[in-house]
Design a protein around this ligand. Structure first.
Ligand SMILES: [Cu+2]
Length: 291
């Protein structure tokens, strides 16, 4: 079995902000986030609706060799879900689960992003995609009240694997409640074919009760400020990747893992046991040189 890993980390909100700012400062003057007028672009051919998936699944590889207009429709849902056996939590999610839906596009694509905030939600939300070159990574254009939708467009200038997250204040609370996911911008030449691809994301939860205390748990702001998580999990719940939920591969398969860390506070020391990665990339490193 062969493994390769793509890894991106959201260490903290401060880091995320810094990355967005740096991208803005270093971007060519003529290439900020696309405005509607810039949608008239000869390189953009046709349009399609993005396939979004829930972890550990990844949308299918992009086969086309041209840029297109990709319409992404993502809905924020505040939902009670299982955090551990007997333990429930009111997660704030992009797409109904933690981590948020995986988004896959191609370098050069023009993305028309629709963020819907479900009418039953209590809070306003937005989205900051680190793949976006522009104000707040889209956050400034996507602040959305419950029962409303917002829309903005951007051009995917740089290939890489990027975090997205809610950037509504208090950001630590929104991220700490599960508001993060990943977007992959494939390089123009695509990625080498592999047997399997999976999506794994770490995150922490800060509950008023102790680890294992049963019932519906609520967010504990003091624990979050002190960076004392009650739960540190992959893919949103205890045991999300074991037993009948384990990700699988056959002997001889090549497996590509897209690994992220939503935090909001801890770093991740992700590793696999009993196998060696053939390749790894960090965050925005070029994937064009993949074997
Ligand atoms: Cu939010």
């Amino acid at each position: 079995m062969k493994f390769e890993i793509h890894r991106v980390v959201l260490k903290s909100v401060a880091t995320a902000t810094l990355i967005s700012c740096m991208a803005l400062q270093t971007a060519p003057a003529e290439s900020p986030a696309a405005s509607p007028s810039q949608a008239i672009d000869a390189s953009i051919v046709g349009e399609e609706i993005a396939v979004l998936t829930q972890a550990p699944n990844v949308p299918p590889p992009i086969k086309r060799s041209h840029a297109t207009k990709v319409i992404v429709k993502l809905e924020v849902k505040e939902v009670v879900r299982k955090l551990s056996d007997g333990v429930e939590y009111l997660f704030w999610t992009f797409g109904g689960e933690v981590p948020g839906s995986f988004i896959r596009i191609r370098q050069g694509d023009l993305v028309e992003f629709h963020l819907n905030n479900h009418q039953n939600n209590k809070m306003p939300h937005n989205i900051d995609l680190h793949a976006v070159t522009g104000p707040g990574g889209g956050a400034a254009s996507s602040f959305t009240a419950p029962g409303h939708s917002s829309q903005f467009s951007f051009k995917a200038l740089n290939p890489g694997l990027y975090i997205y997250h809610c950037a509504t204040a208090p950001v630590g609370m929104h991220v700490g409640n599960g508001m993060y996911g990943m977007i992959l911008v494939e390089p123009k030449e695509g990625l080498p074919t592999v047997s399997k691809e999976y999506y794994v994301m770490q995150g922490e939860f800060y509950t008023a009760g102790k680890f294992g205390d049963e019932g519906l748990q609520v967010f504990d702001q003091n624990k979050a400020v002190d960076e004392r998580p009650t739960y540190v999990v992959f893919n949103g719940s205890v045991g999300s990747l074991v037993g009948d939920k384990a990700i699988t591969a056959k002997v001889g398969d090549t497996v590509r893992l897209f690994v992220g860390n939503g935090g909001p506070n801890l770093t991740s020391s992700f590793h696999v046991i009993g196998e060696i990665f053939d390749n790894k990339w960090k965050g925005h490193e070029s994937q064009a040189s993949a074997p």
